[in-house]
Design a protein around this ligand. Structure first.
Ligand code: PHE
Length: 363
């Protein structure tokens, strides 16, 4: 090569090719064809070897300028193409936030669990701790220690489920009430005692208000000066808090349980007007009472069986059916539906998990 290359024309040709590249791939092809090992500028550079002195210097300078300009143009165009590609991708991948979410199934809290939680929260506020005992009990804890000796008619009244006879002739039972937890608590702790025992209980019984398995909550307080005023105040406060009715009438009616003396059944005010049962204060109508629990001062013999000196300590106890108070509070007519495991029923009568008012005041 002996002449100075016409770089002006070369430059405009190359710049036009750069501008015309409409994709990053096309631009890369242009770059290789210009600056690659066999590219057009590279080839021209090699041709400089045939020039002499000043001419070679001048040609080299102008070629280098063209190279710089084309390189700059490629970089600038590359940025534009990259921005355009990103725009296109973002436009293609937009999320339509107006699309409704697909409903997801939520679990519901069973009314029995809900009622149990509410009871625990109320008694927790009063300073009670939760105690537990086994569902399968021995005769001593379910009966004898509760002052129900073998020939006592209460044993028949309880419709007990017995397990098969053991080698020593004794039979374990499915506990017929939560009262055996009273004995177990006394055996395992010293007064002052202030516990509640929620749990499953079993009796061979089945109709609209009885199921073979049901739930009770038991309370036991033992201290040196515990008296019936404490029992009454505690039960009245509980009933009013649980049903959310500040002036709910509560009545104590003399009764009999082998493990308490004196014993009282507890009734709450209600109305049966129009054949509909409603809990509350409806004035002084004669028969508008509903029995909801058994209660009494712990029998001295029971304290003794529990290893507590009845000359020094006294206490009160009460027990009630959780399923029953749940039916009353939530307006559920048939107890058996609690245990049908029907999801439609549960989604209607169940509670949203966040609605469990555990440990909050003012239920
Ligand atoms: N255990 C009794 C029942 O199941 C209830 C009760 C408990 C009564 C504590 C008095 C004291 O019916």
């Amino acid at each position: 090569m002996t002449t100075t290359p016409d770089v002006t024309e070369l430059e405009s040709t190359l710049l036009a090719e750069v501008t015309a590249a409409d994709s990053l791939e096309a631009l890369e092809a242009v770059r290789v064809s210009v600056l690659g090992r066999k590219g057009r500028i590279t080839e021209q550079m090699k041709g400089l070897g045939g020039l002499e002195g000043e001419a070679r210097k001048a040609a080299g300078q102008s070629l280098n300028r063209v190279k710089d300009n084309v390189t700059a143009a490629i970089s600038a165009h590359q940025l534009d193409l990259e921005a355009a590609a990103l725009e296109a991708r973002l436009a293609g991948e937009t999320t339509d936030v107006t699309l409704p979410v697909r409903p997801r199934p939520h679990g519901r809290i069973h009314p029995v669990s809900q009622a149990m939680e509410e009871c625990i929260a109320i008694f927790g506020e009063m300073g009670f701790a939760v105690a537990e005992g086994p569902d399968i009990e021995d005769d001593f804890h379910n009966f004898t220690a509760l002052n129900i000796p073998p020939e006592h008619p209460a044993r028949q009244m309880h419709d007990t489920f017995y397990l098969p006879e053991r080698d020593d002739g004794s039979r374990l039972v499915l506990r017929t009430h939560t009262s055996p937890v009273q004995i177990r608590t006394m055996e395992n702790s010293k007064p002052p005692i202030r516990v509640i025992a929620p749990g499953r209980t079993y009796r061979s019984d089945s109709d609209a208000t009885h199921t073979p398995m049901f739930h009770q909550i038991e309370a036991l307080v033992v201290d040196e000066t515990t008296h019936m005023g404490h029992l009454k105040g505690c039960i009245i406060d509980f009933c009013r808090a649980f049903f959310g009715i500040p002036d709910l009438p509560v009545r104590f009616r003399p009764s009999h349980f082998p493990f308490t003396e004196p014993s009282m059944e507890v009734d709450i005010g209600c109305s049966r007007a129009g054949g509909e049962l409603r809990i509350g204060n409806f004035g002084d109508g004669a028969d508008n009472w509903l029995e909801i629990m058994g209660s009494g001062m712990v029998h001295p013999k029971v304290l003794e069986y529990g290893g507590i000196d009845p000359a020094k300590y006294q206490g009160f106890a009460f027990g009630m059916g959780i399923d029953r108070i749940a039916m009353l509070k939530y307006g559920i007519a048939d107890l058996r539906t609690f245990f049908d495991a029907d999801l439609r029923w549960l989604s209607h009568y169940g509670f949203a998990p966040l609605a469990v008012p555990s440990m909050v005041r003012g239920l």
